[in-house]
Structure formats: C-alpha cells, structure tokens
Ligand binder design. Structure first.
Ligand SMILES: Nc1ncnc2c1ncn2[C@@H]1O[C@H](COP(=O)(O)OP(=O)(O)OP(=O)(O)O)[C@@H](O)[C@H]1O
Length: 643
C-alpha cells in the first residue's frame, strides 16, 4: 500500500481516516461532552498499557529499557501554548503501528457494528458506549492532537509524528525523538481552559487513575528559601511528583479499596464506559497461588456473538503483565466476565500455547469459573440487579450446562425462565421458585419449547396444565432446545417436555378421574382405529389425549424421538433430519371430534381426519409441508357444511 511507505525526515504525508473513525469521532464528541474529562483516563490508561507491553517484551530482552528502566507517565500543562501533554516511556509505536492504531479501528465486527447505527445521534450515542472510547476521546477537548512516538529498540531518528484536527485526515512525518515512548499533545479547544489547571488535572487523575500501577507524575515547581515564624525553610528544586497511588489495585488489601476504585479499575481494563454490575476480588494461597479480580459488566459488548471477538482475562505473572484476553481461564459460557488474574505459579515466559495444557492453567480455570459462578450467585440475591444481568447475558449462560458438566447444578440454579405462573414473557423464574410451587404428587418440572413466547403461551399442550393449575416453563430462545438436552434434572426432579408422548399426569388425578379416563379410552377405541386407518403412514400412533380441554387434537413426539423444535433447529442450519412421525392425540370431549366420530361416510371421514391432523401439525410446527392441499380440503368441508 502506498500509504504505508516510509517518508523522508520532515516530510508530511496526509492519510485519510477509515470511514468508521470519522463516525466514531463525531458520535464521541456528541455523546461524551457532558463527561469530557474521561479523555484523561483513556490516555493514561493507554500509557499504562504501553508500559505493561514494554515490561513484557523486556522479560526476554532487557536491553529494550536502555538506561531508562523506571516506567512512568507524565502530564504537563502549558498555559501559554494552551496544551496538555501526556508522555510515557512505554513501548512506543513505529510508523506502521501508528497507521494501524491511530487511523483505523482494528476490532473485529467494526464494520457491521457501524452499519447498525441509525444516524439518530441520541440513540447511537448509547450504542457507541458498548464500543469503547480509547485514544480518539482526545478530540472531545482538543481541536488538534499531536502524537510523537518512538518504539522501544529503534534509534532516535525513526520516531514518528502524527497530527490531526480530528476531521477527515491526519498527517505523518518522520522526526527525531530523544527518548523512547509516546507523547500526546492536546491543543485544547476554546473554552477548555479548565484542563490547564494543575489542581483540576490532579483531581481527575486521582479520581480515575489512582489504581494505575505505574506513577502518574506532574511537575512540582521548586520553592525559594524562605522564613516562616523565624525559621529558615530551605529551597526546594522543581521535580516530578507522583499524583496517584501507583500500586496495582489487585495487590492491595480488599479492605483498603473503595467501590469507586474498583469501578475505575474496571473501566481501565475493560474499556467499557459504564460501571460494572458486580465484582469479586480473591487472593488464593495453597496448591495454587494467585489473585483474581473478576467483574460482571452491566452491558453486553457489541461483539458478544462474534466468534472471533476477543474475551478472557488480563493475565499477569507476579505482577508483570503477560497478555490480554487470556481465554484459557474462563469457559466460553462465562465469556462476558472481565478481569485480571495474577498467578505466582506460571512461568514468566508463558505463552498462549503453553497455557493450553498446563496443569496450572487447568486448575486456575477451575478456580476462576467457580469464583465467577459464586459471584453470580451473590448477585442473584438481589433480584432486580440479577434481572439486569440476565437480560444481557442469560443466553450466554444457557450454554453452560452443555459446556461445564461439573458445575451443571450450580449453573441451573442461576437460570431464569418465563413461566405460566406469572403470565409474562419476562424470564424471571428460577428453578428453585418453580420447585417450591410444585403441586403435591408432582415430581417433574414441566417445560415447553416453541418458536416464540406467544406460540408457547398459546400452545394446546398447556390446556391440561392450566386446568390442573400446574406451572409450565415457557422457553423460546434459540438455544433453549440445546439447553434442555443437557439439563436432565434439577434438585433431583426430572425435566419433562409437555410436547412429548409419555406424559403421565395420572399421579395427580384422583381415583374417580382415572376411572372415567379409562372408560372414555375404551369407548373411543374403535374411533381411534378409524383414524389410524385414515392417516396410515403419516402417524406413529393415534391416542386419546389427556392434555387437551379446548382444542380438538394435537400432535406430540414420542418420548425418545427428536423434538419438533430440535428438528426445526437442525433444518434451519441445513442439517439432514430423521423422518420423525408424530403421535396424534384426540380430545374425545370436543364437539368437532364427536361430530367426526359420528360421520358415516368413509370418504368424508377421511377428509375430516386429514384436516384435524394438519390443523394440529400447523399449531405445533407453524407450517405445513403442503399447505395448499390443506386449504383445498378445508374449503371442501366448509362448503359441504354450508349446504
Ligand atoms: N501511549 C501509547 N503507547 C503505545 N501505543 C499506544 C498508545 N496509545 C495508543 N496506542 C496504540 O493504539 C491502539 C489504539 O488505542 P485505543 O485507545 O484507541 O484503543 P485500545 O486501547 O486498543 O482499545 P479501546 O478502543 O477499547 O480503548 C492501542 O491498542 C495501542 O496499540
């Protein structure tokens, strides 16, 4: 690409921003204006990441430090020039890095994300919050930004200057820079003079960046010798002074860390705008020695369903940053958890490949998963907060029972469902709630999976459950069929699909009802035979239904056959499915069934049988293989009735 060719010293090259960057800049300035001071948090956070990265590389090549091994960030203010400068002695960038990082957005799914924006700024600014703020936030307060940077290990004359007014483009030129690292100069917009006040800047650093593990320094002017109460106070020299605590937050004692500090640390590691929903900080000593600080975010990231999206914990070994997004420590169904893991047992030169299969990482993964689940259990005690969590991440957690066999029961306790009990589509019923409401004699948990909540709610399968006052969980997320296949029981109670054969509610009936049912079945036996003959190969069996009160008929799948929902799911992804024949159940009390049972004409009976069967299929599956012939048959029957 011609854009990335190196340029001669002093010569400026102009490059255009990637379209998404322009969009991001506009939205950011609009949506963050009321909270503009966070630009400082973002830039200090980047500087601290740059120090982490250098420290990591220096593990194998200590010459990268040169004669400057004390990593730090410095903020300086120039009232005359109206600039605020943040400089670090971290990893720095070369020309290719600058072009890749400060002119584009290198996140997977960026294009798709931006194409979803509506153009309505107030709506979009909420969405953009899921995207992360980063370097470009500098333009909230600056109308020009100059970045001077020199990558560790490169000579002074291979430094790069990047400059932009945050509109359509930026320039790049080669410069000389005496020291390693990155310097970002913000030329403040008119009206942003408050950021030239040392007191103001210092208070922002303490508010947002106290937890940064390297010192964030500001210049402290020297004072001349003076006399106070007759006592001589010697002169002091000007010096750089740290304005933050400069210790890694997770190494500090829990009791000394405030909630605000935890929240700010979350924003630093997650690049999220909003506060976390909850966190859990643990030091573990014993077979494994490690500290974990895990967070549950409030909002799902924009790319949660993108398979390539990065997730996982920030890994440190003995306080040295090793890598971002170490996914080995969190199972996929907990991929929304953010945090830091600092291990004392892993070697400093650990790589992603080594992490795959060491005993230590396996036991760390076990420990972290269990901490994360415990944190969710704690969160679940506050049902309002937990509902916020569930609405964002419930569908991901539902992958849990299939993925994490060992913690199945614990995960099951964290699931929430819609149910006939509260008659709403809100997924807020815990299995423990269901079990506590089970009727005397009921030993199974009833559920129904359908395409939508509406379809589930109006399913004929629910009729007998309504009549008997039995609660049924109504499931309609895409993952639900998969979930239920991996969730055979909870608290010793088996799950039972109400849409399957083999449903036996007789334990809940009194003797008289059982006797009546038996009589009805006997009386209806010959009608069933007639139906079986009429429907032939289309059905596995025809039975008297004990689950219908209002509908004439329904279809169910045999107990061990593949469920209708599973068949639909497999068909939708182009998989071949076995030919599963349904069981046709008739409601002998229904007027229409009585009418058909009395139909003397075999031809007409055949038509009725087909129509009742197809109706039931339609209610169950939402479609028919041959809808036109159903309509023709129905019309001919209607016509004959109208005569
Ligand atoms: N001070 C710095 N030193 C070295 N590299 C930097 C510095 N600031 C930014 N970068 C580089 O620019 C990239 C983009 O920064 P930016 O803040 O926009 O995004 P980010 O930190 O990767 O993530 P997010 O967008 O979620 O905040 C960084 O990943 C890093 O590679």
């Amino acid at each position: 690409m011609s854009e990335t060719t190196a340029n001669a010293a002093g010569q400026k090259q102009t490059h255009g921003f990637q379209a998404e960057v322009k969009q991001l800049l506009q939205l950011m300035i609009h949506s963050l204006y009321s909270n503009k001071e966070i630009f400082l948090r973002e830039l200090v956070s980047n500087a601290s990441d740059a120090a982490d990265k250098l420290r990591f590389l220096a593990l194998s090549d200590s010459s990268l430090y040169g004669d400057d091994g004390e990593l730090r960030v410095r903020i300086s203010l120039d009232e005359q020039a109206r600039t605020l400068t943040i400089s670090d002695n971290g990893i720095g960038m070369d020309e290719a890095d600058v072009i890749a990082h400060l002119g584009t957005i290198a996140k997977s799914g960026t294009k798709e994300f931006f194409s979803q924006l509506s153009g309505d700024q107030s709506k979009d600014s909420k969405l953009i919050g899921q995207f992360g703020v980063g370097f470009y936030s500098a333009f909230i307060v600056a109308d020009k930004v100059t970045v001077r940077t020199r990558k560790a290990g490169l000579p002074a004359d291979s430094a790069v200057e990047w400059e932009s007014a945050g509109e359509g483009d930026y320039t790049i030129s080669k410069i000389n820079k005496a020291s390693r690292g990155t310097e970002i100069v913000l030329h403040l917009r008119d009206g942003e003079d408050e950021f030239l006040s040392r007191w103001k800047v210092e208070s922002i650093v303490t508010k947002y960046s106290d937890h940064i593990s390297i010192p964030v320094e500001m210049w402290q002017e020297g004072t001349p010798e003076r006399e106070e109460d007759g006592e001589k106070i010697p002169a002091t020299e000007g010096h750089w002074q740290a304005v933050n605590k400069a210790t890694a937050l997770w190494t500090r004692d829990k009791s000394e860390i405030t909630d605000d500090e935890y929240k700010e640390f979350y924003k630093h590691i997650s690049h999220d705008w909003s506060e976390p929903l909850s966190w859990s900080h643990n030091k573990v000593e014993g077979n494994n020695n490690y500290t974990s600080l895990l967070y549950v975010p409030k909002k799902a990231p924009f790319d949660m369903w993108n398979r390539e999206a990065k997730h996982g914990l920030k890994l440190y070994v003995q306080r040295v940053f090793i890598m971002d997004d170490a996914e080995q420590f969190m199972p996929s169904y907990l991929r929304f958890i953010k945090g830091v893991l600092d291990s004392s047992d892993l070697p400093l030169n650990v790589s992603r490949e080594i992490l795959q299969d060491t005993k230590v990482s396996q036991s760390l993964r076990k420990g972290c998963s269990s901490r994360a689940l415990k944190m969710l259990e704690k969160l679940a005690k506050d049902s309002e907060q937990y509902q916020l969590f569930w609405n964002e991440f419930g569908q991901v957690l539902k992958e849990g029972p299939a993925e994490d066999f060992a913690n199945k029961e614990q995960i099951a306790a964290l699931l929430r469902f819609a149910s006939t009990h509260n008659d709403s589509s809100a997924q807020n019923v815990a299995l423990a709630d269901y079990v506590s409401r089970m009727k005397e004699g009921q030993d199974e948990i009833y559920f129904l999976v359908a395409d939508s909540h509406e379809a589930a709610k109006h399913s004929p399968h629910l009729e007998v459950f309504r009549k008997k006052g039995l609660e049924v969980l109504l499931l309609s997320d895409r993952i639900d069929e998969w979930l239920m296949q991996h969730l055979p029981e909870f608290d010793g109670k088996k799950f039972r699909s109400v849409a399957k054969g083999g449903l036996d509610l007789s334990k809940l009936d009194d003797e008289q009802t059982k006797e009546e049912q038996k009589k009805t079945e006997e009386a209806f036996a010959s009608v069933l035979e007639r139906f079986k003959k009429a429907l032939g190969e289309q059905v596995k069996d025809v039975k008297v239904s004990h689950r219908l009160t209002d509908s004439p008929a329904c279809v169910v799948t045999d107990e061990f056959d593949m469920s209708t929902q599973m068949i639909k799911l497999m068909e939708s992804v182009g998989q071949k499915v076995p030919d599963v024949k349904p069981i046709f159940e008739l409601n002998p009390e229904h007027q229409l069934v009585k009418h058909v049972a009395d139909e003397p004409d075999e031809n007409r009976f055949q038509q009725w049988a087909e129509v009742l069967f197809e109706q039931a299929l339609l209610a169950e599956r939402g479609s028919l293989k041959n809808p036109a012939s159903f309509v023709t048959r129905l019309n001919s029957l209607l016509l004959s009735l109208a005569k």
